[in-house]
Ligand binder design. Structure first.
Ligand code: SF4
Length: 419
């Protein structure tokens, strides 16, 4: 099949090929290939490790959920919008907490967008127009390997015809693989992004800086960068977790956005996050169009409340503010702090996932799902917010996330007396 959509990273490449007979892909990067190759699956639904039918597993899951005072429904970044939508409704009916993977990665970017907005653009614009691209605290060569060739470095665009017409700058605390393909690498001290954005704002405005260096970078170097930015025809800062998860967090991004707003008085600049999971954007956009918030949403009072300091997955678990959990397409046991995992281990956990992972080991009910993009279709938002239709390329006996969640929702509604 031609033009299959890769459902691994936020680049959501929609030009890959998949041989349905040999179960093999072409044009994928190594990360995409790892997802689109045959590998170990959760074979059947399970309760306490014993194989059961889908119906029995869903009944057991519903039992746990309706008997819980406040369940946590977490994950969502690696499934499609249709499933996420049902998940949000399910959380609302249960009076639980909806949270998604952004709370441990790009969540600070959401907070800064609420404060300051986001002067953004699409990857198509980056490919066709951007003559200066700055990767700030992001490493596409390792996290989104085809991003540089498809959109941001060697991509041949309408106005920017080839690599020679595009200047690529990497700003990071260490020399990453991406730094090696850049025209310029600027190494900064960890935790100094905010100060450097402030310095750049001063330099773009023509103000003087008395210090000789800021954040490990000489002021003359920063002045050069400010000039390059001002002289760009169309520039893009594509930022990563290096900014969102270092000192300053959402304030770093706010300051970067202020720099972009300032640059837009002289020329055209955009800023955009390099999102990780293929539909982590959907995991935020869908609840935003359903109930107004992107993550860390509590429905226990009958209406949605947004508070990352209380309802983000780690906080809710650390405060023992949930007594059951439904984990969809994620592996919190592998990624969350030890103390948060300790509470997760002490409450009944339901897992929906195609593949076994660390969370499977602590789950009371395990429900295998079809792999979206291979065995199930749906809609996903690429990292720049462009919706793409994800294809089903082979048949399988596994139920899709959407179907499993729909069945759960139907039974929850009956058990809780909703019409
Ligand atoms: S860059 Fe991302 S979406 Fe594209 S093939 Fe690689 S893993 Fe898949």
């Amino acid at each position: 099949m031609e033009n299959v959509v890769c459902t691994f990273c936020g680049s959501v490449c929609d030009d890959v090929q998949f041989d349905t007979q040999q179960y093999k892909g072409k044009k994928f990067c190594a990360l995409g290939m790892s997802k689109f190759s045959a590998k170990e699956r959760i074979k059947s639904p399970m309760i306490d490790g014993k194989a059961v039918s889908y119906e029995e597993a869903i009944d057991a899951a519903v039992d746990i959920l309706v008997n819980s005072k406040k369940p946590l429904l977490y994950g969502w970044a690696s499934t499609v919008n249709e499933a996420i939508r049902v998940g949000v409704i399910l959380t609302e009916k249960l009076g639980g907490i909806y949270d998604q993977c952004s709370s441990v990665c790009h969540g600070p970017g959401v907070l800064s967008t609420i404060e300051e907005g986001l002067p953004g653009g699409t990857l198509g614009q980056v490919k066709n127009r951007a003559d200066v691209v700055v990767f700030w605290g992001s490493n596409p060569m390792e996290a989104h390997p085809r991003h540089p060739t498809r959109y941001s470095v060697t991509a041949k665009g309408f106005f920017v015809k080839d690599r020679k017409e595009r200047k690529v700058i990497v700003v990071d605390v260490r020399k990453t693989k991406s730094a090696r393909l850049a025209d310029e690498f600027i190494q900064i001290k960890p935790g100094y992004d905010y100060a450097i954005f402030s310095a750049l704002r001063m330099l773009v405005k023509g103000e003087e800086i008395e210090a000789e260096e800021v954040g490990g970078v000489s002021v003359s170097k920063l002045a050069e960068l400010a000039e390059t930015m001002k002289n760009a025809k169309y520039g893009a800062i594509l930022y990563g977790l290096g900014i969102t998860q270092s000192r300053g967090r959402d304030r770093n991004i706010e300051n970067a956005v202020k720099l972009i707003q300032l640059l837009n008085r002289y020329t055209r600049w955009i800023i955009w996050p390099m999102r990780g999971h293929y539909n982590v954007v959907g995991a935020g956009e869908v609840p935003a169009w359903e109930v107004g918030y992107q993550y860390a949403i509590d429905f226990s009072r009958g209406y949605p409340r947004f508070s990352p300091a209380e309802f983000a997955v780690s906080e809710a678990l650390l405060r023992r503010d949930c007594d059951a959990a439904l984990i969809v397409a994620s592996d919190p046991v592998a990624h969350l702090p030890k103390k948060a995992v300790e509470h997760l281990k002490s409450i009944p956990v339901i897992q929906i996932d195609p593949f076994p992972n660390m969370t499977t080991l602590i789950s009371k009910v395990v429900i295998p799902a079809a792999i979206t993009g291979i065995e199930a279709e749906g809609t996903a938002y690429r990292m720049d917010g462009i919706p793409l239709r994800v294809k089903k390329v082979v048949d399988s006996e596994y139920w899709s996330d959407e179907k499993i969640l729909h069945e759960m929702l139907k039974r929850v509604e009956v058990r809780m007396g909703f019409s």
